[in-house]
Design a protein around this ligand. Structure first.
Ligand SMILES: [Zn+2]
Length: 297
């Protein structure tokens, strides 16, 4: 069942991508709290990606949540959730800010990350979400501060927090006197998609790609291409071509359930991709390593 949580090192806020049935039960086994959930992003309208929404959102109301929650989803999914609440007389204790995918044409800034959407190809419109980390602590360029004759004081603190400050009548830009401790980490988490090449432009500089691999190449051939899904080979080849450092495969067909059944798919992916291959399973936690930012860059 599809649901990927993205949490951040320097922010309590987190984001949920897709919300299949029983997502809220899976969350009970995690360290995440619904209280800090900032946004739910739905990739496409198929039920195995959104049927968990009414339960999860109304549970937040039962817990008397006050902070607004963003729901980014296809218009039909927003209607599905709102109808569900109307018909079952649910009154939310907080603002549900709905953003229809169809209306997004620029980057969405959240508290914990920036979000962009990438159009994919499936039986219905589907997207990938590109998340770029925010809230990265800054370090001061002490040498430059001293060189420019700027004495230490409260303004050092502000510069380090990313604020421009006035000092002896002149404006000091935070970007000149401080730098991020590490490069923002970037992940793309995709909905169902039969054409990984659609990610070609967005994939540059991405640390982790989470993509479906519903079938092996031979099984997809047998089942037929009408499903709108990918096989492990084509996703692995795409990740290899674009030198993606980490690839997490998800959304395996039920035919691979059971002891050892997934092995051919794993081997197929590993044959075509030499980076860090991750095979998703419920509750799996993946860390994206940090790349140190160098002073002066
Ligand atoms: Zn689907």
């Amino acid at each position: 069942m599809s649901a990927v949580a993205v949490s951040f090192e320097n922010s309590k806020a987190w984001v949920l991508i897709d919300c299949a049935e029983a997502t809220q039960h899976a969350l009970l086994h995690s360290e995440l709290t619904l209280y800090h959930l900032e946004a739910i992003c739905i990739t496409h309208l198929h039920g195995d990606h959104c049927y968990g929404l009414p339960g999860l959102i109304s549970s937040m109301a039962l817990n008397a949540r006050k902070a607004p929650l963003k729901l980014i989803a296809p218009r039909a999914v927003i209607q599905f959730v709102q109808s569900c609440f109307t018909l079952t007389e649910v009154r939310l204790s907080f603002d549900l800010i709905t953003i229809a995918l169809e209306e997004i044409n620029e980057k969405l800034p959240l508290e914990c990350c920036d979000i962009e959407t990438i159009a994919l190809q499936h039986r219905v419109p589907s997207v990938g979400y590109k998340l770029t980390e925010k809230c990265i602590p800054r370090k001061l360029r002490i040498a430059k501060l001293q060189q420019d004759g700027i004495a230490s004081g409260g303004h050092y603190n502000l510069l380090q927090k990313g604020q421009d400050v006035q000092y002896q009548g002149q404006w000091l830009q935070s970007d000149d006197y401080s730098f991020y401790s590490w490069q923002p980490r970037v992940a793309i988490i995709c909905g169902d998609n039969e054409k990984p090449a659609l990610l070609s432009q967005a994939i540059q500089g991405v640390d982790l790609l989470v993509h479906e691999a519903t079938f092996t190449a031979s099984d997809l051939h047998r089942v037929g291409f009408h499903t709108g899904h990918s096989d492990a080979k084509r996703v692995a080849q795409f990740a290899q071509t674009h030198q993606v450092p980490m690839l997490a495969l998800t959304h395996f067909s039920v035919r691979y359930h059971g002891e050892g059944m997934l092995q051919p798919l794993v081997e197929e992916a590993a044959f075509y991709y030499s980076g860090k291959l991750i095979i998703a399973q419920d509750g799996l936690v993946v860390d994206i390593p940090k790349q140190k930012q160098i002073e002066g860059s």
